[in-house]
Design a protein around this ligand. Sequence first.
Ligand SMILES: Cc1cc2nc3c(=O)[nH]c(=O)nc-3n(C[C@H](O)[C@H](O)[C@H](O)COP(=O)(O)OP(=O)(O)OC[C@H]3O[C@@H](n4cnc5c(N)ncnc54)[C@H](O)[C@@H]3O)c2cc1C
Length: 234
Amino acid sequence: MAEPTQRASVLSITDLTPHVRQLVVKPQTSKISFQPGQWVSLKLPVGPKPPLNRAYSMATPASPTGELTLVFDRVSGGLGSNYLYQLNSGAEISLSGPYGNFILPHTLDRELILIGRYTGLVPLHCILKQMFLSALHIPILLIAVAPNEEETLFHQEWLSMAAQHPLFRYLPLVAPCGEVEAVEKTTRMLTSLIGEQAKVIPLLCGTKAFVRPLRAYFVEQGYERKEVKVETYD
Ligand SMILES: Cc1cc2nc3c(=O)[nH]c(=O)nc-3n(C[C@H](O)[C@H](O)[C@H](O)COP(=O)(O)OP(=O)(O)OC[C@H]3O[C@@H](n4cnc5c(N)ncnc54)[C@H](O)[C@@H]3O)c2cc1C
């Protein structure tokens, strides 16, 4: 964690769903240049031994003004996310970054399959926004799993992206009973979609209970572990 810690101001706050909030923050000292899929570490003044470090992925690609868009859910009893939820516009936080290797591979020569559950969709949103800025040349399938319809993240945006880009397919899923159900529904969908076809490039993000069984699914299908890019949140 060699990146310097700096103060950042909260510029705006938007509720995306009843339990998911977006903060736009602006680092005060120097711009953070990052690749889509990377995250920043927030140092929050809470917990028994502050600062409490919590990672948040950038939700949108780097902006010329240096603003960062962070999107997070309010975890019941969660110290970090509840602290962030009570911040007002104009508040200051400490952060450092960027960090992480959950980025697109250099060679994009096969279909890309992005799979995220709930706020695990945040870095995938950033990756997709960046890809849509340049012309798409490979097919992309996004499987977006939500805990319920109200908590479906970025739904309208992805519907309109799918309408505009013939190479982009968007498959939303709702799994109200937790990660086990989410994995079952996702693997069922994957089996019918990619069962017989040539290898794809999979990127998976969410909690371990969601991501690990899905990575195991790809490995069972003949993928090497390193061919399946993952980011886990817990
Ligand atoms: C690389 C990385 C990137 C991340 N990016 C994001 C992001 O963009 N948006 C985001 O909301 N979170 C993200 N997280 C998770 C985030 O860092 C915190 O762990 C989360 O906000 C919960 O912190 P807390 O202190 O409120 O809860 P804690 O007191 O740490 O409790 C966490 C518990 O809540 C549950 N939980 C519910 N929702 C989440 C969640 N989103 N992440 C982790 N645990 C959850 C888990 O079961 C976990 O055991 C990321 C984590 C990592 C490691």
